[in-house]
Design a protein around this ligand. Sequence first.
Ligand code: RBZ
Ligand code: NIO
Length: 344
Amino acid sequence: MLTPAIHTTHNETLAAELDRAINNKTKPLGSLGALETLAKQIGLIQNTRQISISDPAILVFAADHGVVAEGISAYPQDVTWQMVENFLAQGAAINVFAAQNKCALHVVDAGVNHDFGPRDGLIDRKLAKGTHNFAQQAAMSNAICTAALEAGMALAAELKGNVVGFGEMGIGNTTAAAALMHKLTGIPVAECVGAGTGLSPEGVLHKQHVIEAAVARHSRAVTPFDILATFGGLEIAMMAGAMLKAAELRKVLLIDGFIVTSALLVAARMQPAILDYCVFSHCSNEQGHQKMLNALQARPLLNLGLRLGEGTGCALALPLLHAAANFVNQMATFESAQVSEKSE
Ligand SMILES: Cc1cc2ncn([C@H]3O[C@H](COP(=O)(O)O)[C@@H](O)[C@H]3O)c2cc1C
Ligand SMILES: O=C(O)c1cccnc1
């Protein structure tokens, strides 16, 4: 597998130019807060002072998880394929928010345990009918994990826009994400697990024990790739591949909640410079997400108490990206509007 080569966006000259352009706008210095940071980041990603948001798209990757056999989700596995049907029928939260914000939505079957047949609007990249149960064996073979990463890379290469958001659907995937988080950050499993779709406190404790036993069983998984293959999911691996490619192509990567951030964590351990390209849309209510964001030194834009996934945080944060581009491109400067500058 050829891993994309991602370059840092660091560029002192351009950074100084962007600071000057932002500071010259008719507003007190720094008063647009996180939007200023965002505008500068997008400028550095796009390597220009004329920043733009064109043809944004959200990729939603769906797959099933063998570890659901351990009773780690509050919902049955069939919800995965049923929600894919719901995406295709435009009935899910992500459909509503993406449409509201004029964002294209692409639904990818990375490995759902269901035969959809050829369907309009569904991108079929099914590699298996779900992963193996990682409580018993590695979730994926190396070959399947590589194929998932490569399929994700190919999908990202086809996108025409310059902003790509990531979403997922897969009952059981907060368990996979918590295991990845623990293995890649060293944070104790108890601090990585959460209620997911709504487990009781006893259910969360059981989920913790399932992960702890699996981590002990698979102690030889140490590289990011091996950890991904052992504990990850087909949607998580495909997302990680798409993220790596999108960053290589200098797109803005919009990161959603707990599961999407776990895919980024894998990608960032492979290619740390990917973080220069990431905008963290929100902090999820899933316990563990804030700590995962801290481990990546990431500052999320929104904190709405969401715990849904599907890429909903990305769709909701998109207007903020437009706002960042618009203020840089459309606001007057102190000079052009003849407004007096700071006096002290
Ligand atoms: C109706 C429904 C719609 C969803 N949309 C996203 N998820 C979210 O919940 C799942 C992860 O939680 P757990 O690990 O506890 O199974 C993922 O599919 C995620 O996208 C949903 C879950 C449900 C039930
Ligand atoms: O943070 C998320 O994205 C999340 C949390 C719980 C369940 N599904 C998704």
